[in-house]
Design a protein around this ligand. Structure first.
Ligand code: ZN
Length: 515
């Protein structure tokens, strides 16, 4: 068990008014923070001392939306595109080893200062969803990351949405391609409500007392789940205090899909199904209306911003400043699709903030430093159901901590009057992380993982990529291109038909929200 006295140059303290405080030491005992105080007061504490010279000790970052994908889609040959054809392209590659993918993703997150993550619904295209979940959970446990694992569910519109448009899209495809796609209604997660509930019950029994793995429902998204399925999951979530994490209104095509299935509005309908609450988080949510934002805020839901993923997949710019102004809690995710195609949440946070600097003078204010910092840690911890345990350096909190080297932030000069936290959030990169600790365990230090041989894992990933490339896939590249041309035409037509929406979203297709 850890019994460590950490002595950094600064400690990032405070939730509402976060600041870097010099001259403090932090005593970690077991998986918790035991004390924060002057080094001379804590001199007797800790069987081991760790001087973190030139570094700031801060709460670990939380990646509040990702899929455990270590090798990225781009590395697999899928160039950035509109979300819908980008998703469909995956049919032209055999699945990767889910254990290796998730292990490699976890190590990349740890190296970038992430101590907690939400794993959203994910299928790798294997034949057994429970087997994939098993492999992914094992990888997270082996990596040591704290994870809220979202169990996926989906029962409609797997190939195209809105759900009632799927048959027409299929009918428009050349017959040989249609045959190769097979039964597009075949379940990719568990088959139906009862199987989903039974699978969750089994996982709950096994992980109820697990220190680092917790469970959530992660229905794929409104257009992908029937009301009956979503209501059943929401009522189960309510009964067991289980969080809900779901993709909503990511792409502009999904506006039309959601309006088609839920004409009274997204949040209104989710409210009716009992899916809204303080443990509900929505990834992306680029296209909320003002009414959606107000209803979400009323119920205490969290919006998880994925700025680079949204830019790379033509999904648009979420009106984050409006959401904050409306009282929504906001968190940050990488979606394993960041600007630099890595797991650097510092850069993502900066991008999210820069995109709140609207050219309109009368726009809501850009994100301030405390909100940005809350978005990177405490709000994600809240969405994981760990709001009272993580996200802050204080006695009794979990020792999910990161030490970050300030050399790059300060070199060669930094104005002494600049708020040190503003300097850190303005300049730090994941590469400046020197130490990552989860529950008192040091999982990353100075470029190395004490429990893992990174070079060997990378080599296994490389071989797995080659294996998957050589294995027969559902579609050839040419077939996938034909399918995607049909999908592009379908969604473009849909958008053109619905240009004048009765409930316009806050965001606009060309960029910033309407002032
Ligand atoms: Zn996602």
């Amino acid at each position: 068990l850890a019994d460590l006295l950490l002595e950094p140059d600064y400690v990032l303290l405070g939730a509402d008014a976060p600041r870097l405080v010099p001259g403090l030491a932090v005593h970690v005992a077991g998986d918790r923070i035991a004390a924060v105080g002057a080094p001379e007061q804590l001199a007797a504490a800790g069987s081991e001392r760790l001087r973190l010279a030139g570094q700031v000790l801060m709460p670990g970052l939380v990646n509040a939306h990702q899929h455990g994908r270590g090798i990225t889609a781009l590395q697999l040959g899928f160039e950035d595109d509109y979300l819908e054809p980008w998703m469909a392209f995956k049919r032209r590659r055999q699945q990767l080893d889910p254990y290796l993918q998730t292990l490699y993703a976890s190590l990349a997150m740890l190296a970038n200062g992430v101590t907690g993550a939400i794993h959203a619904n994910t299928v790798g295209g294997g034949t057994s969803y429970p087997a994939e979940v098993e492999a992914q959970l094992q990888a997270y446990m082996d990596a040591g990351l704290r994870v809220m694992f979202g169990v996926g569910a989906m029962d409609r519109a797997q190939l195209a949405y809105p759900p009632d448009a799927q048959d027409a899209v299929l009918a428009g495809l050349p017959a040989p391609l249609r045959d190769k796609l097979g039964d597009v209604t075949r379940p990719v997660y568990c088959d139906g409500i009862d199987a989903s509930l039974a699978f969750m019950a089994d996982l709950r029994a096994r992980f109820a007392r697990h220190e680092r793995i917790s469970l959530a429902w992660s229905p794929a998204g409104p257009q992908w789940v029937s009301d009956a399925l979503l209501a059943a999951l929401a009522s189960d979530a309510d009964r067991h205090g289980t969080p809900i994490h779901m993709h909503v209104l990511e792409s502009s095509a999904q506006i039309d899909a959601v309006n088609a299935v839920w004409p009274e509005g997204l949040m209104r309908h989710l409210e009716k199904l009992g899916a809204l609450g303080p443990l509900t988080s929505f990834a992306h949510a680029v296209w909320l209306t003002a009414e959606d934002a107000a209803i979400g805020a009323q119920h205490g839901v969290t919006i998880v911003r994925n700025p680079a993923s949204n830019l790379r997949l033509h999904a648009g710019i979420a009106p984050l400043a409006h959401y904050v102004q409306a009282g929504l809690r906001v968190a940050l995710g990488s979606d394993n699709t960041t600007l630099n195609d890595d797991e650097d949440l510092f850069t993502e946070a900066r991008l999210a903030r820069a995109l709140t600097r609207s050219p309109a003078w009368e726009a809501p204010p850009a994100l301030d430093v405390p909100t940005l910092w809350a978005m990177m840690s405490a709000n994600g911890a809240h969405a994981m159901g760990r709001g009272a345990q993580a996200g802050e350096i204080a006695p009794g909190r979990l020792a999910d901590l990161v030490a970050l080297d300030l050399a790059h932030v300060r070199a060669p000069y930094i104005d002494p009057d600049l708020d040190p936290l503003a300097a850190l959030l303005g300049r730090a990169r994941g590469a400046d992380v020197r130490l990552t600790m989860v529950g008192g365990d040091i999982l990353y230090r100075d470029g190395r993982f004490p429990q893992h041989d990174l070079a060997a894992i990378k080599e296994r990933c490389r071989r797995d990529g080659m294996r998957a490339k050589a294995a027969p896939a559902a579609l050839t590249r040419a077939e996938a291109d034909i399918l995607n041309d049909h999908l592009r035409a379908h969604y473009a037509r849909l958008r053109a038909e619905h240009r004048d929406l009765a409930r316009p979203p806050l965001a606009t297709p060309s960029g910033w929200s309407q002032p």
